[in-house]
Write a protein that binds this ligand. Structure first.
Ligand SMILES: *[C@@H]1O[C@H](CO)[C@@H](O)[C@H](O)[C@H]1NC(C)=O
Ligand SMILES: *[C@@H]1O[C@H](CO)[C@@H](O)[C@H](O)[C@H]1NC(C)=O
Length: 224
């Protein structure tokens, strides 16, 4: 028994020493002799070689997996860092607010914040500055109350990118006392673009704690 163990250890040493890194061949001299003198040690040394080969294979697979994991983690961190979503409304919790009618178009500053993930929406200026290039979704709902039936109703506003109107829901008639309109957009934008809602001349919006007037935007996916 002791002899077999010794030969096995000898075989293992020889096998490691003779490993050529690819084919797994050994020099016929030593190893051949061991195999000739003791078949048990031969099996042991073959096993040793096989184990070494498996270890090398696992090492290689592990390296590839580690690299993949590193890339996946970096991508995930990138997605986390670029999270951007805001949703704001005109009405505050305790007061009735109306904006307009103005002579000149003016940016509407939505003061009530439901969410401002990433801090892209500035509640002082009313401008959402695009944090990174990508496709963004925006939704604008306008609402107005004429005060009494028969009064003119001008629930209208425009989503603008860098001052250019992208869409402008509008509802003006003399029958209803209240009305609202909504627009939903998907836009491809560049980092630094400025998105805001403008109140054109003649438009008039009212809101209260019911949050009839909302402006929402979020990143669907980044493009770089
Ligand atoms: C496998 O990796 C371990 C740890 O890095 C190392 O000690 C061992 O020698 C490697 N084995 C092979 C066959 O490359
Ligand atoms: C919002 O805009 C104002 C005016 O440009 C600026 O002073 C302020 O720092 C901005 N706020 C944030 C949170 O970026």
């Amino acid at each position: 028994m002791r002899a077999i163990t010794f030969l096995c250890l000898l075989g293992a040493t020889v096998a490691q020493y003779d490993w050529d890194g690819g084919q797994g061949t050994t020099k016929p001299g030593n190893n051949g002799n061991v195999c000739l003198t003791d078949s048990a040690s031969c099996g042991c040394c073959l096993m040793q070689k096989q184990m070494y080969r498996m270890e090398a294979f696992f090492n290689l697979s592990l390296n590839v997996l580690e690299q993949d994991l590193e890339r996946a983690t970096a991508t995930l961190n990138n997605i986390r860092d670029s999270r951007s979503a805001f949703s704001v409304s005109l009405g505050s919790l305790d007061e009735h607010i109306c904006v307009g009618v103005n002579r000149e178009k003016a940016v509407i500053v939505y003061k009530h914040v439901f969410i401002n993930l990433g801090g892209g929406y500035n509640t002082t200026t009313g401008v959402f500055t695009v944090p990174r290039s990508g496709v963004y979704s925006f939704a604008l709902t306008v609402y107005s109350d004429a005060g009494s039936p028969g009064n003119s109703l001008d629930a209208c506003a425009s989503v603008t990118v860098n001052g250019v109107v992208m869409a402008g829901p509008s509802d003006r008639n003399l029958q209803d006392q209240e009305d609202s309109a909504t627009v939903v957009l998907a836009l491809r934008l560049q980092a630094g673009d400025r998105v805001a809602v403008e109140l054109p001349p003649g438009c008039y919006l009212c809101d209260n704690k019911a949050h009839y007037n909302t402006f929402t935007g979020f990143l669907l996916y980044a493009t770089n």
